[in-house]
Design a protein around this ligand. Structure first.
Ligand code: ZN
Length: 256
């Protein structure tokens, strides 16, 4: 087990215990609403103002609220995230409200990060996903297939892939031409600067200047992404969301 912090490991452990408890052994068995209901939380879809999702608790009963306009993948993740708060005892006052930023907090040890690790393990259990992440040629292709089978977003699946893949890889999320956040595999070593402006030599840069982005993995100069320290090249595969205006870049240090 790699060191991702005790609380995050505990969050994953609680989610995998839930997977065991429900006897889940294939992706279609992961019925998030049923699991939430069995854990005492009813899911209600309604328009939310200034929140991505929320949970209200009264005694042994809880209500999770999610917006009906979100994608199915997003709604599944939000329910699992809120259920994580409930299971981990985070809902101490009556109500907990979570923002879009909370759902993307993967790098701290906050309750939001814990809820995200819980959700990731509930939707993409390591016992079902691991073997599909142990591959030699790193690209978005296997990630897309896993995301489809597990009804998970590409972002959540890419994070899980990087977490479980034995190769040195990282996933970088960019908006407005800058690195917004990243998640890296445990033995990834080159330093990545958050909030760094994208270098012109990266594929992701092209998207933000309105140019067509290369759809395939390409070897680019390592120092266009990271503090390279002797590393010459890095494989970049980038995918853009024109709807939400972000680019996900999968970086891979190819073994020589
Ligand atoms: Zn939350």
């Amino acid at each position: 087990m790699i060191d991702i912090g005790f609380k995050l490991v505990e969050a994953e452990r609680l989610a995998s215990a839930t997977i065991e408890e429900f006897g889940i052994c294939s992706p279609e068995h992961i019925r998030i609403r049923d699991i939430a209901f069995a854990k005492g939380a009813m899911v209600v879809e309604e328009k939310l103002t200034r929140a991505a999702a929320s949970i209200v608790k009264a005694g042994n009963r809880a209500t999770i609220r999610i917006p009906p306009t979100d994608t199915m993948e997003r709604r599944r993740f939000s329910i699992a995230h809120e259920l994580g708060h409930l299971v981990m005892g985070h809902v101490v006052s009556i109500k907990k409200v979570c923002s879009n930023a909370d759902m993307m907090d993967w790098y701290q040890s906050s309750q939001e990060t814990q809820a995200n690790f819980f959700a990731s393990e509930l939707i993409l259990p390591a016992k079902l996903v691991s073997s599909r992440c142990d591959i030699g040629n790193i690209s978005f292709e296997p990630i897309k297939k896993i995301a489809k089978d597990f009804r998970a977003s590409l972002t959540a699946t890419a994070i899980k892939f990087v977490r479980l893949c034995p190769e040195k890889c990282a996933i970088i999320y960019s908006t407005q031409g800058k690195i917004k956040w990243f998640y890296k595999s445990p033995d990834w070593w080159p330093f990545i600067h958050k909030d760094k402006k994208l270098d012109k030599r990266t594929l992701a840069y092209d998207f933000f200047v309105g140019q067509p982005m290369d759809p395939d993995p390409v070897e680019v100069d390592a120092d266009s992404w990271v503090e390279s320290r002797g590393l010459d090249e890095i494989v970049e595969h980038s995918i853009a969301s024109t709807q939400y205006g972000f680019v996900l870049s999968l970086l891979w240090i190819k073994p020589r």
